[in-house]
Design a protein around this ligand. Sequence first.
Ligand code: GN1
Ligand code: MG
Length: 376
Amino acid sequence: MNNKEMPTELRKVADEFLNSEKILEIIEIESGHINQTFMVVMPECNYILQQINTHVFNSPFGMMHNIKEVTEHIRKKVIYEGRDPNRAVLNIVTSRLNQDVVIYRNKYWRCMQYISGAKTYDVIESPQMFLEVGRAVGEFQTLLSDFHTRILDDTISHFHDTPYRYERFQDIVKLDKCNRVKDCQEEINFIISHSDIFPSIVTKLEKKIIPQRVTHNDTKLSNVMIDDETGKALCLIDLDTVMKGSILYDYGDALRIGASIAAEDEVNLDKVKISLELIEAFTRGFLSEVKDIIKPAETDALYDGYLIITCEIAMRFLDDYLDGDLYFRTTHSTHNLERARNQIKLVKEIESSEREIKALIKRVLKELDYSEEFLV
Ligand code: GN1
Ligand code: MG
């Protein structure tokens, strides 16, 4: 829509952050399952205007506090390293009144710079591209390894607390408020049959076998900006869920989408397959960046991260289907069920390649000269 066609609400909000006179166009971007996103096209550069979904993020100020703190920390480091802070980190645009969030008619909005000459992808195009993504996910961990988790709000509590989510899932199944259990008993049984694997990461965190870190928690491929010219991954975006967590979920979530040949809602399950070549490329990029910070107890459990997060997301899609599609944005009534089936197929693929995946992780660790304690 051009400046004249723009709804008054959008124009008013844009005007709080930018000079709306100069706006050439506002385009709605369909990507992302939670917030509503618009690209604001201006003569010099573009911006992202987002309406925050406060049903999901009930503390928008806490969320923005996390994003501000984390991006500030990364910005200082990339400047020190001589890199361009406009491309190597997400940049928040504040309002005329210097606020990170503008509230207009009870809706919460925020604005960010769009990195020009770069974009995100929904499906990976080559192993080299995925190696780059692995580097970006690993680098994010390394840049934040000296950032204290206590500074951050728990934006969504129990976000990757898989056993907690399983408890809620069982309640939703029992309630069956939309009478949909009958459509997906097989899928429900699949989740139940995998529930024994759910606690392993949170238990290790609780027992301090693995460390709590500042993690991204939503490392899906479409949250990584890739430079059009160089093909290099520039930075991670969508920092809404940055909070304390385990590196294992970040590793696994990136593979969940990036190493799958098909899109997350592909309904032809024959197409839903994992690529060992892609897993290896990502693992190489990731492990090359985290070498100085990762612990043997973490590299030992990388496979578990991949399996558990994929199962967790399958459960979350199924949960939302049973709950009447209140959480994830959907385009049709069976969308969440289709996503759940897709993710369940991925879980089966991951399980049948367990030996190969574990072997390739070891191979990469060796190739990158990780010390003996990582190789036993
Ligand atoms: C949601 O907003 P988006 O699309 O980046 C979700 C993630 C899921 C993902 C599945 C806050 O991410 O946890 O992994 O969908 N974000 C939230 O595609 O729940
Ligand atoms: Mg998100």
